[in-house]
Design a protein around this ligand. Structure first.
Ligand SMILES: Cc1cc2nc3c(=O)[nH]c(=O)nc-3n(C[C@H](O)[C@H](O)[C@H](O)COP(=O)(O)OP(=O)(O)OC[C@H]3O[C@@H](n4cnc5c(N)ncnc54)[C@H](O)[C@@H]3O)c2cc1C
Ligand code: FES
Length: 257
């Protein structure tokens, strides 16, 4: 039985805004409550616009922590993120969080991080919290490679790094050097990565999932991810990070978002 303890809702002050890539914005928020409690892989539900459309909040992964708050890095794709993108220093925004179940980190574990495009938003926080063996990033073009100090980058058009897909970077050496493997990106990319990883390494894999969300904390049933036992788990509460072995890739892809 899942607990439905109400998460904390904060008034957060916007302290800085940067456009890090075309249409990709980083916003810094002052919020000691979230800075003191957030774990890598958790997200927040942010109110794009007080009292007007869109009514529902938007889920965004905590990209990293600062001394007195946190930062979000997001792609502007629709009305909610358009409104968020014009937030500016001095604005106060309602933010619910930290939410969800993040990366399962064991002390001393060495991590391999595999990200696709904007899916790598949130890796900064994980990178700051664990020992990373390597970071492999794939993106469509240089405009989609977020600043992360990755070990290897490939792009589909060759505009940064070599031309190719992130699966081409995955080697037996990377996999055997890692105790834990974090994967985050579009569903098709994550499935391709999962299929590239040999069976013997799959128990190390954790997948950061996404779903359209309503409440963000387990009460509306709006964010089910199909699970390999035939059932579903809530992306917002039991995830968004799941062991790779939990995911039913076929049903997840069929469900769309
Ligand atoms: C747990 C979680 C963490 C997330 N973290 C980040 C992050 O760190 N950075 C970031 O840029 N985005 C992140 N997202 C995605 C982000 O929530 C959506 O892009 C955002 O809600 C879109 O809102 P909108 O009003 O701008 O677009 P909408 O008008 O709601 O949608 C515009 C278009 O985008 C599609 N869309 C909406 N939501 C998603 C989604 N979740 N994934 C893919 N397509 C979607 C819609 O189907 C539609 O076609 C995260 C999502 C989840 C569930
Ligand atoms: S978004 Fe409401 S239960 Fe997950």
């Amino acid at each position: 039985m899942l607990s439905c303890a109400v998460p904390l809702d904060y008034d957060c002050l916007v302290t800085r805004r940067e456009e890090v890539l075309p249409g990709v914005v980083k916003i810094f928020f002052q919020c000691e409550g979230i800075a003191a409690t957030a774990l890598p892989g958790q997200f927040v539900q942010i109110e794009p616009s007080p009292g007007t459309f869109p009514v529902t909040r938007r889920p965004i992964t905590i990209n990293s922590l600062t001394d007195d708050g946190f930062e979000l890095l997001f792609d502007v794709i629709g009305r909610g993120t358009e409104l968020m993108a014009v937030m500016s220093p001095g604005d106060t925004v309602r933010v619910l969080g930290p939410l969800g179940h993040g990366w399962m980190t064991d002390p001393g574990s060495k991590w391999l991080l595999i990200g696709g495009g904007l899916g790598a938003a949130g890796f900064q926080f994980l990178k700051d919290s664990v020992d990373t063996a390597a970071i492999l990033i794939g993106a469509s073009c240089s405009d989609r490679v977020i600043p992360l100090d990755a070990s290897f980058v490939v792009t589909e058009d060759g505009s940064t790094g070599s031309r190719g897909l992130v699966t081409s970077l995955i080697s037996e050496e990377h996999l055997s050097n890692a105790d834990s493997i974090a994967v985050c990106g579009p569903v098709a990319m994550m499935e391709a990565v999962w299929k590239t990883i040999p069976e013997k390494h799959r128990h190390k894999v954790q997948i950061s999932t996404e779903s359209r969300m309503g409440c963000g904390w387990g009460v509306c049933d709006g964010c089910s991810i199909p699970i390999s036992d035939g059932g579903y788990k809530k992306c917002c509460k039991e995830g968004p990070v799941f062991p790779g072995t939990d995911i039913d890739w076929k049903r997840w892809k069929e469900a769309g978002l």
